[in-house]
Design a binder for this molecule. Sequence first.
Ligand code: 13P
Length: 251
Amino acid sequence: MRKPFIAGNWKMNTDSHSAVELASGLAGQLKDVHTVDIAVCPPFVYLSAVAKALNGSNIALGAQDVYFEPNGAYTGEISCAMLKNVCCTYAIIGHSERRHVIGETDELINKKISAAISGGLLPIFCVGELLEEREAGKTEAVVARQVKRGLAGLSSDKVLAVTIAYEPVWAIGTGVTATAEQAQDVHRMIRQLLAAMYDGSVAGEIRIQYGGSAKPANTAELMACADVDGLLVGGASLKVDDFTAMIKTVV
Ligand code: 13P
């Protein structure tokens, strides 16, 4: 049985004060929740402060990205060891904003996933199609290619560290959520692909989150889908009340 996993991606939001306030608020509101895995992913510069605010809570810390090299002359990049050093458990990798705004490739994402697992981080590996790809009937092909290339070379042991987040790009930050049926169709396809790439038991264990305008009002419907195991939440994760309500819907 897959334990639900709801993570908040704060993106490039908050400041040193509001990040700590948000984390402390969530730690207080969610202290009795044990049936859902919870994480928040603040900007790099606030990880240490948020780690302190979450200390002793049941909320894990994640980063929004990680670099694949262990150290050296990589100006601006952050290594797995650095993230572990500030108490991160998870790292989001391959978010659509990094693929489409920054230009990350499947090959780079694959290196990051592999390095994260070797370095003891749990990747939240994002995939998802653009609107024009969906309209052209290419959703399955695009997502399958991203999954195959992102996980290339990973053994079954290693891939179990991964959570996949299906985030249709047209639903991110737009207020347009995929219907439960659209989400379930792609989640089922990803799980079938994992069964083909690995085996049924690996496919049955890997959690697949949905992301894209997830909010309190659509949480129950999305989470009722057989292959939706959690949510990767952007905007609604910046409000203590909304993020708490979403998690409490699933408890
Ligand atoms: P929104 O929930 O703001 O649409 O963002 C989704 C997302 O990109 C989470 O990683």
